[in-house]
Design a protein around this ligand. Structure first.
Ligand SMILES: *Cc1c(COP(=O)(O)O)cnc(C)c1O
Length: 486
């Protein structure tokens, strides 16, 4: 399997070649040259597999340049019950992403698929844990090393650190805004004592952290010397790892491949739901893929109207589902490429327009850039929006009527899912974090603290390891040099 760029760059690359990288050389995103197809018979044969075995079956279709025995060992080492051990009491943790029935409504069943039972209690562990093992494997084979530099406001940084801790050949330098993360998220990251993990608390806001990462990455000499890389959500291996749980959720909710299911996905950078799109393109019988957004409704606006209009930093809301607070959706280009029948020329033109004019318009209106919005439904996509009061009401309602405590992002999902039900088609809402991570809003909704999985009771009291630095790229570079010895 070879990979190509959504903007048409001529060079095809293998899975291993794009594994450690981000964007293609022309600024596009990588996609496989075609989507491997899964027949009904093959799907049936996967029903009895463990999660790790299913991950192997799907990944081997994409990572064709990794020997199968190695890939099998990597998926087995990743998807273990002792890693994804934070299941709700009563859920079967051995399933890795267990389904939990929430309610009967609208002639169908709404189910919650737990993706947040990993070490950092958010769905990013599903892909990031695999990435940690894949990176170590490839770097060992190449006798190379990698220094990951990232900026985080919470979930991504902690998932990356827990995936890379103790890995040979890898260091992580993670910038976060000093005193701006929740106490829980800060404790999760800063309590790591592994010598290859470096937490840098920047005196500034998240955008300052991101600006420093950009400044360092734009110094190409420094980047090459210090072997700087990233793990952001456009990484192809992250997307493909997320394809697995759509298959898993489908198989758990059905008894025959004649049946369909729908998914509602709390969305930010469009990575998670993009994996659902790919699963559907591979032949998984998905009826609807519903994107749930918060106040930052760039995606909902596109799916409703065909107009993609990115926001400026100052226009981005800081909400109580902060991991969905995005100004543009970095994985969206992958979907647009398929929506435009893989016309790389047009993708290049449209995303140049995003750069210069802040968006594009596929509504078909006079003067617009195209009329492909009318094809969105054929790809199964729908969308909806949820705001702070909806979150509070949904958290309360799901607690009272379903007996389940859900986090703020998942609440956005449940709110929107309830507006998009089809009789007879099970609706699976992806649970993207556990409520313990967002305790402040749980208290506001329920008047009490969120449930915490065992082992997390006192993490705020653990010793913390971090350095504080002014928002200054030169000082960050200096720190990196001192700790890589390169
Ligand atoms: C990252 C994240 C999201 C958004 O996922 P995307 O792949 O960026 O769409 C939603 N909820 C939580 C809790 C997250 O951490």
């Amino acid at each position: 399997m070879q990979y190509l760029s959504t903007r048409g760059h001529a060079t095809r690359q293998s899975f291993s070649e794009i594994l450690l990288g981000g964007l293609a050389p022309d600024g596009g995103l990588y996609l496989p040259e075609h989507y491997p197809q899964v027949s009904g018979a093959e799907l049936e044969s996967w029903r009895q597999l463990s999660y790790a075995e299913l991950a192997f079956e799907i990944l081997r279709k994409f990572a064709t340049d990794i020997p199968e025995a190695d890939l099998r060992a990597l998926t087995a080492a990743t998807y273990r019950q002792d890693v994804y051990c934070n299941a709700r009491p009563g859920d079967d943790a051995a399933q890795i992403t267990p389904l939990h029935t929430l309610e009967e409504r609208g002639g169908t069943t709404i189910l919650l698929q737990s993706l947040s039972n990993g070490p950092t209690l958010a769905f990013k562990d599903m892909a990031m844990q695999l990435l940690g093992n894949l990176f170590e494997y490839i770097l060992t084979r190449q006798q190379a090393e990698l220094n990951i530099l990232g900026a985080t406001s919470g979930d991504t940084g902690s998932a990356a650190e827990y995936a890379m801790r103790g890995k040979k050949g890898i260091r992580v330098f993670m910038l976060s805004p000093h005193r701006k993360m929740s106490a829980f998220q800060t404790a999760q990251m800063f309590s790591l004592q592994d010598p290859n993990i470096f937490n840098i608390a920047v005196e500034g806001v998240f955008d300052d952290c991101q600006d420093i990462v950009k400044a360092v990455s734009n110094d190409h000499g420094f980047k090459a010397r210090q072997k700087i890389g990233t793990v952001n959500s456009i990484n192809w291996a992250r997307v493909v790892a997320q394809v697995v749980y759509y298959f898993r959720g489908y198989l758990a909710a059905t008894t025959s491949h004649d049946q369909k299911v729908s998914f509602t996905v709390p969305s930010g950078n469009f990575g998670n739901i993009c994996a659902g799109h790919i699963a559907r393109m591979m032949g998984l019988p998905i009826d609807r893929l519903v994107a749930a957004t918060n106040e930052n409704d760039v995606l909902d606006e596109f799916f409703r109207t065909g107009v993609y209009r990115v926001r400026k930093s100052a226009e981005t809301w800081h909400t109580s589902s902060p991991s969905m607070d995005i100004s543009k959706a970095s994985n969206f280009e992958r979907f647009i490429y398929d929506l435009l029948d893989r016309d790389a020329e047009r993708v290049r033109t449209l995303f140049a327009k995003v750069e210069h004019e802040g968006g594009f318009d596929l509504s078909g209106a006079p003067g617009s850039d195209g009329d492909e919005h009318k094809k969105v439904a054929a790809f199964g996509f729908q969308s909806g929006k949820s705001v702070h009061q909806d979150r509070l009401a949904t958290i309360r309602d799901v607690q009272a009527n379903c007996g389940v405590m859900i986090d703020t992002h998942t609440a956005d999902g449940v709110k929107v899912a309830r507006e998009h039900l089809t009789a007879g088609v099970p609706m699976i809402v992806l649970e993207t974090a556990l409520p313990a991570k967002f305790n402040e809003t749980i208290r506001e909704a329920l008047g009490r603290d969120a449930d915490r999985p065992a082992g997390f009771e006192n993490i705020e009291a653990l010793p913390q390891r971090f350095v504080v630095m002014p928002a200054d790229a030169a000082q960050v570079k200096q720190f990196i040099v001192e700790h890589t010895g390169l």
